[in-house]
Every structure is written in C-alpha cells, then in structure tokens.
Design a protein around this ligand. Structure first.
Ligand code: KIV
Length: 279
C-alpha cells in the first residue's frame, strides 16, 4: 500500500491509538530521501544544524536564512514524512509579530508542514497566534538548547519539585495554546511519563526523556555515528558512518596513489580513428 503524507491528524491519531511516533532530523536532500524511504513519521530540520552541519558550538548563531536554505533542501526530497522546521534563536523571542512573520516566511519559502519553537508558558501566546494563523506548531521544553547560557550548560531539567511541576504546567499550557506535539529534551523518564499523561491531545516526543513519551526523536548524525566526537548519553548509535567513511576514503587514496583507480570500467574510450589524427 502506498504511504500517505503524514499530517497533524496522522500524528494526533497515532497519539490517540498509542502508536509510537518516530522523528529524526535531516538537513539535506540525500538524508531526507534516505530517512523517508526508511519510513520515519516526521523529519525535523533542527537548528542543531548549527552544531552538526555548520560547526558552531551552539545553535545560537543559526539564522532564519540558514533554516530556510536547509528546509528547502529537505523539501526537495518530496518526503511523505511531515517536515517541521525549527525557528532559530531570536526569530521569535523579541515579539509575537516577529514570531508570526518569521514562521510565515519559513512556511511560505520552504513548503514545510509546521514549525518548532522552544519555551513553555512564556511562548504560549505566540503558539496560539501561530495556530490561529494556520501554522502547525511543535513545542519544545526541558533542555531547550537556545537557552543554554541561561541553564549554564547542557543539563537534565526538571529535577526539583518546582521545576518538574512547572514543566507539567508548561506542557498543559502549550497544549491549550494548540501545539500538536512537544519535544521533551533531557527530562527524567518518570517526569516525561507524567507530562505525557497530562497531555490529552498534544503528542510528546522525547530525546533523552525515556520510553513513555508518545514518540522519539534523535539527531541523524548522532544515531548514524557520522563523527567520532562526544555523543550524549541518550543517543543509541545504530551505525558507525565515521569509520565507514574514513576507511572508504583511505581505500580511495590508496587506489589513486597506486594508480589502480580509475580502472577500465570507470573510463571513457576514444575511437582509434580519432586518436590517430591527433598530433
Ligand atoms: O534542533 C534539533 O535537532 C532539535 C532536536 C534535538 C529535538 O531540537
């Protein structure tokens, strides 16, 4: 049976039916094609592209233009998965108007299906306005990397009674505001379960938040082991593309140095009759 396009109602039905939602990041057309062929439900063009693609130390330098560029690349894969684009740092924090204009730009210039933004109760009025404007919203609470400087590092969130209760309140308020899904990042598993139970319609998507969320998300480069640098505790590496890449390129170098590549099958021929006439 041909796969149908994943929409907000697909995700809401999956939550209602207890069917796990699978999200993964992608930043270019090749990765988007591959993860879509594998059958993911949602593709997130995360502002994590600042770290994993652009080499920044955080997501803070990522711009609306960067997000539009990479989301356009992903959309050229024409995926069945629902594509969500991150709203980068300072594209929505200064005012609701900024948030609406930038989200509208991202939607219009990329054709993606919705946006993700970080924050709890404080961003709920913006979420409401975006949803009223017809823009599906994924929220993001717990460790929100755009606030890394305020948190003093990448730390597990919600470990005190006050912080845990606030997270539950944040989730309920975002649900009321109309977010159809919410990423829970670096949240103790028992708290993520409570948050999930408190959300009747908003699907929770965990990253470092245990197995009781409605779905899971990982950064594609992390789960594929693209580099051999630091890997967070919550990542399961399903492949080691770092070693595969380095070994393949070493073989290529050897072949070139030994002149065994290109071989006859990689080479174009010239007719002898042409060759003879050359001087
Ligand atoms: O930017 C990103 O990739 C994210 C995920 C880690 C959820 O926000």
């Amino acid at each position: 049976m041909e796969r149908k396009n994943v929409t907000v109602s697909t995700i809401s039905n999956m939550k209602a039916n207890g069917e796990s939602i699978v999200m993964i990041t992608a930043y270019d057309v090749a990765m988007a094609r591959n993860v879509d062929e594998a059958g993911v439900d949602m593709i997130l063009v995360g502002d994590s592209l600042g770290n994993v693609i652009m080499g920044y130390q955080s997501t803070l330098p990522v711009t609306v233009e960067d997000m539009i560029h990479h989301t356009q690349c992903v959309m050229r894969a024409n995926p069945k998965a629902m594509v969500i684009a991150d709203m980068p740092f300072m594209s929505y924090q200064a005012s609701i108007e900024d948030g609406i204009r930038n989200a509208g730009r991202i939607m219009k210039e990329t054709g993606c299906a919705g946006v993700k933004l970080e924050g709890g109760v404080s961003v709920a009025p913006l979420v409401k306005r975006l949803v009223e404007a017809g823009i599906p919203v994924v929220a993001h609470i717990g460790l929100t990397p755009q606030s890394v400087n305020a948190f003093g590092g990448f730390k597990v969130q919600g470990k005190t009674v006050e912080a845990a209760q606030q997270m539950i309140e944040d989730a309920k308020t975002l649900e009321e505001a109309g977010a159809f899904a919410c990423v829970l990042e670096c949240v103790p598993a028992a708290l993520a379960k409570k948050v999930t139970e408190n959300c009747k319609v908003m699907a929770t998507i965990g990253i470092g938040a245990g197995s009781d969320c409605d779905g899971q998300v990982l950064v594609c480069n992390d789960l594929l082991g693209v580099s051999n640098g630091f890997t967070p505790k919550f990542v399961k590496k399903y492949a080691n593309l770092h070693d595969i890449t380095v070994n393949a390129v070493k073989e290529y170098i050897n072949d070139c140095k030994g002149r065994t590549f290109p071989a006859a099958e990689h080479t174009f021929k010239l007719d002898d009759s042409v060759l003879e006439k050359l001087y």
